[in-house]
Design a protein around this ligand. Structure first.
Ligand SMILES: NC(=O)c1ccc[n+]([C@@H]2O[C@H](COP(=O)([O-])OP(=O)(O)OC[C@H]3O[C@@H](n4cnc5c(N)ncnc54)[C@H](O)[C@@H]3O)[C@@H](O)[C@H]2O)c1
Length: 326
Protein backbone atom coordinates (compact mmCIF):
# COMPACT_ATOMS: atom_id res chain seq x y z
CA UNK A 1 0.00 0.00 0.00
CA UNK A 2 1.42 3.42 -1.01
CA UNK A 3 0.85 5.61 2.07
CA UNK A 4 -0.57 9.01 1.17
CA UNK A 5 -1.38 7.82 -2.37
CA UNK A 6 -3.84 5.04 -1.57
CA UNK A 7 -6.45 4.22 1.04
CA UNK A 8 -7.58 0.72 2.04
CA UNK A 9 -11.34 0.33 1.71
CA UNK A 10 -12.92 -2.37 3.89
CA UNK A 11 -16.57 -3.21 3.26
CA UNK A 12 -18.77 -4.65 6.00
CA UNK A 13 -18.09 -8.13 4.61
CA UNK A 14 -14.32 -7.46 4.62
CA UNK A 15 -14.41 -6.32 8.24
CA UNK A 16 -16.32 -9.45 9.30
CA UNK A 17 -14.03 -11.76 7.27
CA UNK A 18 -10.98 -10.55 9.23
CA UNK A 19 -12.39 -12.44 12.22
CA UNK A 20 -11.25 -10.29 15.15
CA UNK A 21 -12.43 -12.32 18.14
CA UNK A 22 -14.38 -10.90 21.06
CA UNK A 23 -11.50 -11.77 23.41
CA UNK A 24 -9.08 -9.76 21.22
CA UNK A 25 -11.54 -6.88 20.99
CA UNK A 26 -11.92 -6.81 24.76
CA UNK A 27 -8.16 -6.71 25.16
CA UNK A 28 -7.87 -3.78 22.70
CA UNK A 29 -10.75 -1.86 24.26
CA UNK A 30 -9.45 -2.38 27.79
CA UNK A 31 -6.06 -1.01 26.66
CA UNK A 32 -7.86 2.06 25.31
CA UNK A 33 -9.77 2.55 28.56
CA UNK A 34 -6.54 2.11 30.51
CA UNK A 35 -4.85 4.82 28.42
CA UNK A 36 -7.85 7.06 28.96
CA UNK A 37 -7.65 6.44 32.72
CA UNK A 38 -4.02 7.60 32.62
CA UNK A 39 -4.98 10.72 30.67
CA UNK A 40 -3.19 9.58 27.51
CA UNK A 41 -5.97 9.90 24.92
CA UNK A 42 -7.64 12.65 22.96
CA UNK A 43 -11.39 12.33 22.60
CA UNK A 44 -13.59 15.42 22.39
CA UNK A 45 -17.27 14.78 23.24
CA UNK A 46 -19.06 13.71 20.06
CA UNK A 47 -20.92 16.44 18.14
CA UNK A 48 -24.00 15.41 16.22
CA UNK A 49 -26.63 16.50 13.74
CA UNK A 50 -30.25 15.52 14.20
CA UNK A 51 -32.15 15.15 10.95
CA UNK A 52 -35.23 13.24 12.17
CA UNK A 53 -36.93 12.83 15.56
CA UNK A 54 -34.91 10.31 17.63
CA UNK A 55 -32.31 10.00 14.84
CA UNK A 56 -28.70 11.16 15.01
CA UNK A 57 -25.50 11.30 12.98
CA UNK A 58 -22.46 11.61 15.26
CA UNK A 59 -18.83 12.48 14.57
CA UNK A 60 -16.54 10.52 16.88
CA UNK A 61 -12.84 11.44 16.67
CA UNK A 62 -10.13 9.95 18.91
CA UNK A 63 -6.39 9.46 19.20
CA UNK A 64 -4.69 6.81 21.36
CA UNK A 65 -0.92 7.35 21.06
CA UNK A 66 0.02 4.04 22.75
CA UNK A 67 -1.94 2.11 20.09
CA UNK A 68 -0.94 4.36 17.17
CA UNK A 69 -4.67 4.75 16.52
CA UNK A 70 -6.14 8.02 15.24
CA UNK A 71 -9.34 8.57 13.33
CA UNK A 72 -13.01 9.37 13.15
CA UNK A 73 -16.25 7.40 13.12
CA UNK A 74 -19.23 9.02 11.38
CA UNK A 75 -22.17 6.99 12.57
CA UNK A 76 -25.94 7.32 12.12
CA UNK A 77 -28.74 5.86 14.26
CA UNK A 78 -32.18 5.85 12.66
CA UNK A 79 -34.93 3.96 14.58
CA UNK A 80 -37.18 3.83 11.46
CA UNK A 81 -34.56 2.10 9.31
CA UNK A 82 -35.60 -1.45 10.16
CA UNK A 83 -38.91 -0.79 8.34
CA UNK A 84 -36.86 -0.26 5.15
CA UNK A 85 -34.64 -3.31 5.73
CA UNK A 86 -31.72 -1.06 6.72
CA UNK A 87 -29.72 -1.33 9.94
CA UNK A 88 -30.63 1.03 12.77
CA UNK A 89 -26.94 1.95 13.07
CA UNK A 90 -24.72 2.49 10.05
CA UNK A 91 -21.75 4.55 8.99
CA UNK A 92 -18.07 4.74 8.11
CA UNK A 93 -14.82 4.96 10.02
CA UNK A 94 -11.64 6.66 8.77
CA UNK A 95 -8.24 5.73 10.23
CA UNK A 96 -5.45 8.29 9.84
CA UNK A 97 -1.70 7.97 10.13
CA UNK A 98 -0.87 9.76 13.42
CA UNK A 99 2.51 10.98 12.04
CA UNK A 100 1.36 12.46 8.74
CA UNK A 101 -2.43 12.67 9.04
CA UNK A 102 -2.96 10.90 5.73
CA UNK A 103 -5.98 8.58 5.63
CA UNK A 104 -4.94 4.92 5.82
CA UNK A 105 -8.29 3.17 5.70
CA UNK A 106 -12.01 3.74 5.28
CA UNK A 107 -14.19 0.98 6.66
CA UNK A 108 -17.81 0.12 7.31
CA UNK A 109 -18.46 0.63 11.04
CA UNK A 110 -21.54 -1.52 11.73
CA UNK A 111 -19.67 -4.64 12.86
CA UNK A 112 -17.01 -2.63 14.72
CA UNK A 113 -19.67 -0.71 16.65
CA UNK A 114 -21.50 -3.86 17.71
CA UNK A 115 -18.28 -5.66 18.57
CA UNK A 116 -16.74 -2.91 20.69
CA UNK A 117 -20.02 -2.15 22.46
CA UNK A 118 -20.23 -5.79 23.51
CA UNK A 119 -16.59 -5.63 24.57
CA UNK A 120 -17.17 -2.61 26.82
CA UNK A 121 -20.05 -4.35 28.60
CA UNK A 122 -17.81 -7.39 29.02
CA UNK A 123 -15.07 -5.26 30.58
CA UNK A 124 -17.54 -3.46 32.87
CA UNK A 125 -18.90 -6.86 33.98
CA UNK A 126 -15.40 -8.23 34.57
CA UNK A 127 -14.91 -5.57 37.26
CA UNK A 128 -18.46 -4.91 38.43
CA UNK A 129 -20.60 -8.06 38.15
CA UNK A 130 -20.80 -10.53 41.02
CA UNK A 131 -18.44 -13.45 40.41
CA UNK A 132 -21.37 -15.88 40.72
CA UNK A 133 -23.59 -14.08 38.18
CA UNK A 134 -25.55 -16.73 36.27
CA UNK A 135 -28.73 -15.12 35.00
CA UNK A 136 -28.53 -12.47 32.27
CA UNK A 137 -31.52 -10.41 31.12
CA UNK A 138 -31.36 -8.89 27.65
CA UNK A 139 -34.01 -6.35 26.70
CA UNK A 140 -34.07 -5.47 23.00
CA UNK A 141 -32.91 -8.48 21.00
CA UNK A 142 -31.39 -6.72 17.99
CA UNK A 143 -27.87 -6.33 16.61
CA UNK A 144 -26.19 -5.19 19.84
CA UNK A 145 -27.81 -7.88 21.97
CA UNK A 146 -25.77 -10.56 20.20
CA UNK A 147 -22.35 -9.12 21.00
CA UNK A 148 -23.46 -8.19 24.52
CA UNK A 149 -24.19 -11.83 25.21
CA UNK A 150 -21.01 -13.03 23.52
CA UNK A 151 -18.82 -10.75 25.65
CA UNK A 152 -20.64 -11.37 28.93
CA UNK A 153 -20.42 -15.13 28.42
CA UNK A 154 -16.63 -14.74 28.25
CA UNK A 155 -16.32 -13.05 31.65
CA UNK A 156 -18.94 -14.84 33.78
CA UNK A 157 -20.21 -18.44 33.90
CA UNK A 158 -23.69 -17.61 32.69
CA UNK A 159 -26.37 -20.29 32.76
CA UNK A 160 -29.64 -18.61 31.78
CA UNK A 161 -30.41 -15.81 29.33
CA UNK A 162 -33.83 -14.20 29.73
CA UNK A 163 -34.73 -12.31 26.57
CA UNK A 164 -37.43 -9.74 25.96
CA UNK A 165 -38.19 -7.72 22.85
CA UNK A 166 -41.29 -5.69 22.06
CA UNK A 167 -41.35 -7.68 18.83
CA UNK A 168 -41.56 -11.39 19.78
CA UNK A 169 -40.24 -12.37 16.34
CA UNK A 170 -36.96 -10.65 17.23
CA UNK A 171 -36.74 -12.62 20.49
CA UNK A 172 -37.23 -15.92 18.63
CA UNK A 173 -34.62 -15.05 15.99
CA UNK A 174 -32.16 -14.03 18.69
CA UNK A 175 -32.66 -17.24 20.66
CA UNK A 176 -32.38 -19.41 17.56
CA UNK A 177 -29.15 -17.71 16.47
CA UNK A 178 -27.51 -17.58 19.90
CA UNK A 179 -28.45 -21.19 20.69
CA UNK A 180 -26.36 -22.22 17.70
CA UNK A 181 -23.43 -20.04 18.83
CA UNK A 182 -23.60 -20.58 22.61
CA UNK A 183 -25.48 -23.89 23.01
CA UNK A 184 -24.49 -24.41 26.67
CA UNK A 185 -26.85 -21.61 27.77
CA UNK A 186 -30.55 -21.94 28.60
CA UNK A 187 -32.66 -19.36 26.77
CA UNK A 188 -36.00 -18.10 28.10
CA UNK A 189 -38.34 -15.85 26.10
CA UNK A 190 -39.77 -13.62 28.83
CA UNK A 191 -43.36 -12.39 28.54
CA UNK A 192 -42.45 -8.90 29.77
CA UNK A 193 -39.45 -6.76 30.60
CA UNK A 194 -40.25 -7.14 34.28
CA UNK A 195 -40.24 -10.94 34.06
CA UNK A 196 -36.82 -10.82 32.38
CA UNK A 197 -35.26 -8.35 34.80
CA UNK A 198 -36.55 -9.54 38.19
CA UNK A 199 -34.29 -12.53 38.82
CA UNK A 200 -31.36 -11.35 36.73
CA UNK A 201 -27.80 -10.88 38.02
CA UNK A 202 -26.88 -8.77 34.99
CA UNK A 203 -29.35 -6.64 33.00
CA UNK A 204 -28.54 -5.34 29.53
CA UNK A 205 -30.94 -2.94 27.84
CA UNK A 206 -30.40 -2.42 24.10
CA UNK A 207 -33.56 -0.74 22.83
CA UNK A 208 -33.70 2.44 20.69
CA UNK A 209 -32.46 5.63 22.37
CA UNK A 210 -35.37 8.01 22.88
CA UNK A 211 -35.17 11.73 23.58
CA UNK A 212 -38.38 11.63 25.64
CA UNK A 213 -38.31 8.13 27.14
CA UNK A 214 -41.04 6.46 29.17
CA UNK A 215 -38.73 4.02 30.93
CA UNK A 216 -40.19 0.83 32.40
CA UNK A 217 -37.44 -0.49 34.75
CA UNK A 218 -38.28 0.31 38.38
CA UNK A 219 -35.89 0.12 41.32
CA UNK A 220 -38.04 -2.62 42.85
CA UNK A 221 -37.43 -4.91 39.85
CA UNK A 222 -33.68 -4.98 40.50
CA UNK A 223 -32.40 -7.69 42.81
CA UNK A 224 -29.56 -7.08 45.26
CA UNK A 225 -26.13 -7.46 43.72
CA UNK A 226 -27.35 -6.73 40.18
CA UNK A 227 -25.23 -5.08 37.51
CA UNK A 228 -27.18 -2.93 35.04
CA UNK A 229 -25.65 -2.31 31.64
CA UNK A 230 -27.82 0.12 29.66
CA UNK A 231 -26.45 0.82 26.19
CA UNK A 232 -29.61 2.74 25.25
CA UNK A 233 -28.97 5.73 27.56
CA UNK A 234 -31.82 6.24 30.02
CA UNK A 235 -34.54 4.99 27.66
CA UNK A 236 -35.34 1.94 29.77
CA UNK A 237 -34.37 2.92 33.34
CA UNK A 238 -36.58 5.06 35.55
CA UNK A 239 -34.76 7.94 37.32
CA UNK A 240 -35.51 6.32 40.72
CA UNK A 241 -33.93 3.05 39.52
CA UNK A 242 -30.73 4.83 38.47
CA UNK A 243 -30.65 6.98 41.61
CA UNK A 244 -31.43 4.04 43.89
CA UNK A 245 -28.41 2.01 42.81
CA UNK A 246 -25.33 2.11 45.03
CA UNK A 247 -22.85 3.06 42.33
CA UNK A 248 -23.41 4.68 38.94
CA UNK A 249 -20.40 4.40 36.64
CA UNK A 250 -20.23 5.92 33.17
CA UNK A 251 -17.74 5.28 30.37
CA UNK A 252 -16.78 8.96 30.15
CA UNK A 253 -17.88 11.75 32.47
CA UNK A 254 -17.33 14.57 29.95
CA UNK A 255 -19.52 12.89 27.42
CA UNK A 256 -22.15 12.04 30.00
CA UNK A 257 -22.33 15.67 31.14
CA UNK A 258 -22.36 16.84 27.52
CA UNK A 259 -25.42 14.66 26.84
CA UNK A 260 -27.16 16.20 29.83
CA UNK A 261 -26.81 19.60 28.12
CA UNK A 262 -28.64 18.07 25.13
CA UNK A 263 -31.55 17.02 27.34
CA UNK A 264 -30.71 13.37 28.05
CA UNK A 265 -30.23 11.86 31.54
CA UNK A 266 -32.37 14.42 33.29
CA UNK A 267 -33.15 12.02 36.13
CA UNK A 268 -29.78 10.27 36.30
CA UNK A 269 -27.48 10.67 39.32
CA UNK A 270 -24.01 12.14 39.21
CA UNK A 271 -21.43 9.65 38.02
CA UNK A 272 -19.47 7.82 40.72
CA UNK A 273 -16.52 7.25 38.37
CA UNK A 274 -15.70 6.33 34.79
CA UNK A 275 -14.37 3.13 33.25
CA UNK A 276 -10.90 4.60 32.73
CA UNK A 277 -10.62 5.21 36.48
CA UNK A 278 -12.00 1.72 37.11
CA UNK A 279 -9.57 -0.23 34.92
CA UNK A 280 -6.56 1.75 36.18
CA UNK A 281 -7.59 0.95 39.78
CA UNK A 282 -8.09 4.60 40.73
CA UNK A 283 -11.56 3.79 42.08
CA UNK A 284 -12.87 0.56 43.60
CA UNK A 285 -14.78 -2.01 41.62
CA UNK A 286 -17.60 -3.96 43.29
CA UNK A 287 -17.17 -3.82 47.07
CA UNK A 288 -19.98 -6.11 48.24
CA UNK A 289 -22.26 -8.87 46.98
CA UNK A 290 -25.28 -6.70 47.75
CA UNK A 291 -24.44 -3.52 45.86
CA UNK A 292 -26.66 -2.63 42.95
CA UNK A 293 -24.43 -1.10 40.29
CA UNK A 294 -25.10 0.53 36.92
CA UNK A 295 -22.49 1.14 34.27
CA UNK A 296 -23.98 3.59 31.76
CA UNK A 297 -21.82 3.17 28.68
CA UNK A 298 -22.58 5.72 26.00
CA UNK A 299 -20.01 4.52 23.47
CA UNK A 300 -16.58 6.09 23.02
CA UNK A 301 -14.52 6.86 19.94
CA UNK A 302 -11.39 5.38 21.62
CA UNK A 303 -13.19 2.00 21.66
CA UNK A 304 -13.78 2.26 17.91
CA UNK A 305 -10.21 3.31 17.14
CA UNK A 306 -8.71 0.59 19.35
CA UNK A 307 -10.77 -1.99 17.44
CA UNK A 308 -10.27 -0.42 14.01
CA UNK A 309 -6.46 -0.32 14.21
CA UNK A 310 -6.45 -4.09 14.87
CA UNK A 311 -8.82 -4.63 11.95
CA UNK A 312 -6.55 -2.56 9.71
CA UNK A 313 -3.38 -4.42 10.76
CA UNK A 314 -5.03 -7.79 10.22
CA UNK A 315 -6.43 -6.68 6.85
CA UNK A 316 -2.91 -5.83 5.66
CA UNK A 317 -1.55 -9.17 6.97
CA UNK A 318 -4.37 -11.16 5.36
CA UNK A 319 -4.52 -9.14 2.11
CA UNK A 320 -8.19 -8.24 2.65
CA UNK A 321 -9.82 -5.07 1.25
CA UNK A 322 -9.57 -2.87 -1.84
CA UNK A 323 -6.86 -0.27 -2.38
CA UNK A 324 -8.34 2.96 -3.78
CA UNK A 325 -6.37 5.93 -5.11
CA UNK A 326 -6.50 9.09 -3.02
N1 LIG B 1 -23.79 2.78 24.05
C1 LIG B 1 -23.20 2.38 22.96
O1 LIG B 1 -21.98 2.34 22.85
C2 LIG B 1 -24.03 1.91 21.82
C3 LIG B 1 -23.43 1.36 20.69
C4 LIG B 1 -24.24 0.84 19.69
C5 LIG B 1 -25.61 0.92 19.82
N2 LIG B 1 -26.15 1.50 20.92
C6 LIG B 1 -27.59 1.57 21.11
O2 LIG B 1 -28.07 0.26 21.33
C7 LIG B 1 -29.44 0.23 21.00
C8 LIG B 1 -29.75 -0.99 20.16
O3 LIG B 1 -29.08 -0.91 18.92
P1 LIG B 1 -29.19 -2.08 17.84
O4 LIG B 1 -28.20 -1.79 16.79
O5 LIG B 1 -29.16 -3.39 18.55
O6 LIG B 1 -30.66 -1.83 17.30
P2 LIG B 1 -31.67 -2.90 16.71
O7 LIG B 1 -32.71 -2.13 15.98
O8 LIG B 1 -30.93 -3.96 15.99
O9 LIG B 1 -32.32 -3.58 18.01
C9 LIG B 1 -33.18 -2.89 18.89
C10 LIG B 1 -34.23 -3.88 19.38
O10 LIG B 1 -35.02 -3.26 20.39
C11 LIG B 1 -36.36 -3.69 20.23
N3 LIG B 1 -37.24 -2.75 20.92
C12 LIG B 1 -37.69 -1.54 20.48
N4 LIG B 1 -38.44 -0.95 21.44
C13 LIG B 1 -38.46 -1.81 22.49
C14 LIG B 1 -39.07 -1.77 23.75
N5 LIG B 1 -39.80 -0.74 24.16
N6 LIG B 1 -38.92 -2.84 24.57
C15 LIG B 1 -38.18 -3.92 24.18
N7 LIG B 1 -37.58 -4.00 22.99
C16 LIG B 1 -37.71 -2.96 22.15
C17 LIG B 1 -36.54 -3.75 18.73
O11 LIG B 1 -37.63 -4.58 18.37
C18 LIG B 1 -35.20 -4.33 18.27
O12 LIG B 1 -35.21 -5.73 18.21
C19 LIG B 1 -29.71 1.55 20.30
O13 LIG B 1 -30.29 2.44 21.21
C20 LIG B 1 -28.35 2.05 19.91
O14 LIG B 1 -28.28 3.45 19.76
C21 LIG B 1 -25.39 1.98 21.91
Amino acid sequence: MKKGKEVLYLSGADVRKIGLSMAETMEAVEQALFEKGRGNCQMPPKPGIFTQPDAFIHAMPAYIPALGAAGLKWVAGYPGNTRHGLPYLNGLLILNCPETGVPLAVMDCVWITAQRTGAVSGIAAKYLARQDSEVLAIIGCGVQARTQLEALALVRRLKVVKCYDINPGQTSLFIEEMKARLPHLEYVAAGSAREAVQEADIVVTATPILKEPRPPIELGWLKEGVLGLPIDFDSYWQPEAMQGCDKFYVDDENQFEYYRTLGYFRGAPKAYADLGQLVTGKVPARESERERIISMNLGLAIEDMATAIRIYQKALEQGIGTLLPL
